[in-house]
Design a protein. Structure first.
Lengths: 264, 264
DNA sequence: TATAAACTCCGTATGTTGTAAAGTATTTTC
DNA sequence: GAAAATACTTTACAACATACGGAGTTTATA
């Protein structure tokens, strides 16, 4: 009955020394060959470990990403991985920053703010599509790697000089990032469910529908039923997740635009 | 090199019989005492199991939620839990639907569409605050329990009859839900990081800042630095996550409103 | 009333997981 | 040469979900 204190309380707070090492790893060794290390040469590099892990996560999902599997890919014993990376959590940080590096950055004169924000949002959508584990990995605190930082800067720069205060710039970029995150997450959940159950949305509904009908009173959900009927009748293009994303994004930007012009 | 098919491919697709049972569990026994069961009375109920699990997840996070721990809370052996619930995944479904039931539904004449959508969004925000594990649990396909369904209906009804087509109603509710999801997720990640590291955002930055400064060239991130300075100078209220959420929500609704009036 | 069926609950066992500890082999510095 | 630092390995542990088979308990049927 006694609520025992959460194990992960204060004890394992990584010390500042460990934090410094983590950051250094994220930013890569500043001078890798300046001081020739003493022992045997490493057979691989941190880069190689990160890439192997990403490949594995891409192919089989985050659940399949285990230290053992990654080690196997590199023909290493499981524990040898720990000479490259101190823990699985930190490996995830590295993976995340690496992948964020794939995002193409808009250049300075690349259209107005709206075009730039749109481009960044679409890029994020694409990246998440390519690496579905990205959003699944609970990114507690952003790893602050070089790529993450660069993209944060790009996002802020896109809304700079259009009449927003510093705090408003922050709020607006957060708004867009939040929408994209949510939308991607929704699309990924749906896609994964489809893959995992081996059924398309349509098949699934046509199976669940009758089951549900036996349990509930459809008249209590008139609107849901009506929309379901519209889909069933094929009046709706359906399932075009990307255009749904785009629709929402444009509404969000409309809202921001209205706010900006309302301020002037 | 050969991409082996994901283990969880088609083999363990739950049969339709199992699906029917799952749904029935979600909706509760339609007539629990109509047919007096044969064996010994269960010491607990599915409800009690779900509540214990929710309490555990609330108190110690999703990572701490194990069948063993839940069983322990009920003074049951681990395996006995499986007489109430067939798997951990299904327990999560039940938890989710239960928690969604806490959301207060706007009544029919409860203000215009904007007021209703706002109310629902705020409710979702609050619920997620109260049960931080909600968003962490990758809800593959929504469980389609009574509460989830009722809230979906409420969300659709809020935007009914304001000049949107069926598919647009769907898109708009998805847009709002996606924004809320993303915003909540961001706020929760930040809050959890704060709790886990035992440092406030401010402390964290004042530690990371100097470390970063030694590794990077700040002049490459002028905008980020500028905003960081503004925060440091205290010109920004800072950290008021709820008002940031509210700001974004109103922008989103502005965007929807603009769309609606543009259609008429 | 006797028996069979249905049911709850449990002990044991299997195969994963992250990673701690300690040992071995290899390379560079003194 | 000796000593120190490093890469790698083996072994081991605790926690996890859950499959399997069995023990005890209650009701339905004969």
């Amino acid at each position: 009955m006694s609520a025992q204190p959460p194990d992960r309380g204060d004890s394992d707070a990584p010390g500042p020394e460990s934090r410094a090492r983590s950051l250094a790893r994220l930013w890569g060794a500043p001078d890798p060959d300046a001081a020739p290390r003493r022992g045997p040469k490493p057979r691989h590099s941190v880069e190689a470990v990160v890439q192997a892990a990403i490949a594995l996560a891409d192919a089989e999902g985050l659940d399949a990403l285990s230290m053992r599997r990654v080690a196997e890919m590199l023909r290493l014993s499981p524990m040898s991985l720990y000479t490259y990376v101190p823990s699985k959590a930190e490996l995830l940080d590295l993976m995340l920053d690496h992948v964020v590096g794939e995002i193409a950055e808009p250049k300075a004169g690349d259209g107005d703010w709206r075009a730039q924000v749109t481009q960044l949002a679409r890029q994020r959508w694409l990246i998440a599509q390519r690496h579905p584990w990205l959003l699944q990995a609970g990114m507690r605190r952003p790893p602050l790697g070089p790529n993450v930082l660069a993209k944060a800067e790009a996002a802020l720069r896109a809304v700079d000089g259009i009449g927003l205060s510093e705090s408003e710039m922050d709020q607006v970029t957060a708004l867009v990032a939040n929408y994209v995150r949510g939308a991607v997450r929704g699309a990924l959940d749906a896609a994964e469910a489809e893959r995992e159950s081996g059924m398309t949305d349509e098949e699934w509904w046509s199976q669940q529908g009758p089951l549900l009908a036996g349990l509930i009173d459809p008249s209590r959900y008139p609107t849901t039923v009506r929309i379901g009927e519209a889909y069933k009748a094929g009046q709706i293009p359906r399932g075009d997740r990307e255009s749904n994303f785009e629709f929402g994004l444009q509404r969000v930007l409309d809202g921001v635009e209205a706010y900006i012009s309302g301020r002037r």
